[in-house]
Design a protein around this ligand. Structure first.
Ligand code: NAP
Length: 266
């Protein structure tokens, strides 16, 4: 995988959800390009292992910060961590997120609220904490991991898909707002990707195609951000699917996704 050599070399990036999947892949690609990393998630052992691996392999500095983004003070804890160490974040990657598969009324409401905290509230909060510094410095980059689920309603993961619609629209709106300050914002919309996501969500892969690799998705997102795009869909077929949805009446779209995602009878 060719990395975006030098784009963020010598600068600091902060990656949420760095302990697995797409977050780990983004960390690996940035490290290969010489970017110093603040890695955050809940699983300390995973973060420590990744930090040790990347700082041994590349000439970079790494810091780990254990925090739970479902907690209201999670983002502030992370911000205080970087402030106390006088680390200037030039690239913020809002990647942490999860889904929960099943009929809405059967999923515990605590899980759904936790999901909206991690996928939505924490994204807004983290961005609000780090953006003012970027504006003041006249530059900075923010990558927000949304999903192809953002482009249409998806029964049985209705809440998850709606959180990702939020992420997409939030990133695209903000990108326009802060362009004049030299800050770039980009929503990365992966389709099905081989990570721990499906295991965490209790969901099978509903597409017939093989999932993309986390490494490919990470590269697509970083390349789009570096190119100044406000959103990107990873994979041509995923892009085609998201675009095709615009031509179909909304209620039909929800019927089709409902059939695709309906739980199979045992
Ligand atoms: N995989 C896919 O098919 C797919 C498709 C479209 C979009 N996405 C999006 O891609 C992003 C990354 O997911 P992934 O596929 O890489 O899944 P993953 O392998 O399950 O990784 C999810 C990451 O989020 C972190 N996380 C979850 N809950 C958290 C919490 N309460 N506080 C802090 N961190 C938390 C996890 O870390 P800890 O458990 O250590 O806290 C982990 O590092 C998510 O936003 C997801 O919605 C994934």
């Amino acid at each position: 995988m060719n990395h975006l050599a030098g784009k963020w070399a010598g600068k600091w990036a902060l990656i949420t959800g760095a302990s697995a999947g797409i977050g780990t892949a983004i960390a690996r690609e940035l490290a290969a390009g010489g970017t110093n990393l603040v890695l955050t998630a809940r699983r300390r052992d995973r973060l420590a292992g990744l930090a040790a691996e990347l700082s041994a392999k590349h000439d970079i500095r790494t810091l780990i910060c254990v925090a739970d983004l479902a907690q209201p003070d999670g983002p502030q804890q992370i911000f205080s961590f970087t402030e106390e160490r006088k680390v200037t974040i030039d690239l913020l990657v809002n990647n942490a997120g999860f889904g929960s598969y099943g009929a809405f009324h059967k999923v515990p409401v605590e899980r759904l609220i936790e999901m909206t905290h991690v996928n939505v509230t924490a994204v807004v909060h983290m961005t609000h904490l780090y953006l003012p510094g970027m504006i003041e410095r006249g530059g900075g980059d923010i990558l927000i991991v949304a999903s192809t689920g953002a482009f249409q309603p998806v029964p049985y993961i209705s809440t998850y898909a709606a959180t990702k619609t939020f992420d997409l629209h939030f990133a695209e709106g903000l990108a326009e707002e802060v362009r004049e300050y030299g800050v770039r914002v980009c929503a990365l919309c992966p389709g099905s990707t081989a990570t721990e996501f499906f295991q965490v969500a209790g969901q099978r892969n509903h597409t017939r195609r093989a999932p993309e690799t986390a490494e490919k998705v990470a590269h697509v997102g970083l390349a789009a951000l570096a190119a100044g795009r406000s959103s990107v869909i990873s994979g041509f077929v995923n892009w085609l699917g998201a675009e095709a949805v615009r031509l179909v009446p909304r209620r039909i779209v929800a019927r089709v996704t409902g059939e695709m995602f309906r739980p199979r009878k045992a």
